[in-house]
Ligand binder design. Structure first.
Ligand code: DAH
Length: 348
């Protein structure tokens, strides 16, 4: 049976070489599985077919062939494993290549907005007053006649109550506040002196609209009440505000005026920044620009909230935010602030 033995050994060598050669050409794992079944398959695998002759061999031949078969089997299994690993690596590289992500591509930037110029002026202004010890408070935009007018010593027949100027919700009773001054009354009723508050907020006026008048605009009210307080304190506070807001070279001018809730009252002008006070078109050749109204709180107002005017006194001021913003940024038309024109807003 020597011939048969050699024949089987030759078959095994041939099988091994053929199988390994074929393996080299395999490029997909499906082909690999197919190769696996064909050569190493338990049922009809080629190696299995060769082993089928074992029972016909002699006792001496069997271990020789058996060992050879095992070697070939181990070699094929190892080759299959290596090939599988190599394929896996290749497939991964391919996938990485295909799914390539260029992380260096510039991202899509989201347009970031910024603060509205009026919000900026409100924030900057109130910050200045907060540094001087004032507290920021806010109040209702829908007010009663009492807080908006009566308590502020605005008599019933005062022109400021004219139907032309006030947006009434319930005529004679409820209105859209025409000023932030009602918060003077609310603050004084809410707390006891010393009081130092600033009140930023919207106000409403039933007015004809033009480059310097809007029906809805903003004010910042200020109120200080203490046992000792003079007009010099008012001037000091407003000067500090003007210098921080508009620059240290600006000067203030107090002009005697009238407001029902202050006595004495003063309108405050700031030296024109365009001409430095020498006179130009911006300041209508006066050298000055009006920025706010102010005065010492009227004794009638103090009495109205239950304060003894002999013990407490104070000052109040009110400024138009749009006006401040127009002066600060050189804006010539108040309507630009509420127009939502991006060409305007992007300049800030
Ligand atoms: N409330 C006034 C207005 O809207 C402005 C004003 C003037 C406020 C004098 C004050 C003040 O607090 O003392 O025209």
């Amino acid at each position: 049976m020597i011939g048969q033995l050699e024949d089987i050994l030759a078959q095994l060598i041939e099988l091994r070489e053929r199988a390994i050669a074929e393996l080299e050409g395999i490029t997909t794992s499906a082909q690999l599985d197919e190769w696996d079944t064909r050569y190493l398959g338990r049922n009809r695998g080629e190696l299995k077919n060769i082993s089928a002759v074992m029972p016909k061999l002699t006792k001496e031949e069997r271990p020789v062939i058996g060992q050879k078969i095992n070697t070939v089997k181990a070699a094929l299994e190892q080759a299959l494993k290596d090939r599988r690993e190599a394929l896996k690596q290749r497939e991964m590289l391919q996938r990485l290549e295909q799914e390539r992500l260029d992380v260096t591509l510039p991202g899509r930037t989201l347009p970031a907005g910024h603060m509205h110029p009026l919000s900026r002026v409100i924030q900057e202004s109130t910050d200045i007053f907060v540094r001087m010890g004032f507290q920021i408070v806010q109040g209702p935009e829908v007010e009663t006649d009492y807080y908006n007018f009566q308590a502020l010593n605005v008599p019933t027949d005062h022109p400021a109550r004219d139907m032309q100027d006030t947006f009434w919700v319930a005529p004679g009773e409820i209105l859209l506040r025409t000023q932030t001054s009602p918060m003077q009354i609310r603050s004084m009723k809410r707390q006891r002196p010393p009081i130092r508050v600033v009140v930023p907020g919207k106000v409403y006026r039933n007015e004809a609209l033009d480059a310097s008048h809007e029906a809805v605009f903003h004010q910042i009210e200020g109120l200080l009440i203490d046992e000792y307080c003079t007009m010099a304190d008012l001037k000091g506070v407003l000067e500090r505000f003007a210098h921080e807001m508009f620059g240290p070279e600006r000067r203030l001018r107090f002009r005697g005026s009238y407001f029902p809730f202050t006595e004495p009252s003063a309108e405050v002008d700031i030296s024109c920044a365009s001409c430095n006070g020498t006179g130009c078109r911006v300041c209508k050749y006066t050298g000055w620009l009006e920025v706010l109204g102010s005065g010492m709180v009227h004794p009638k107002v103090l009495r109205e909230v239950g304060y003894d005017p002999a013990k407490y006194r104070g000052f109040a001021f009110g400024m138009g935010v749009e006006r401040i913003a127009m002066l600060k940024y050189g804006v010539s038309d108040i309507r630009l602030f509420s127009g939502n024109d991006l060409r305007f807003l992007r300049q800030f």
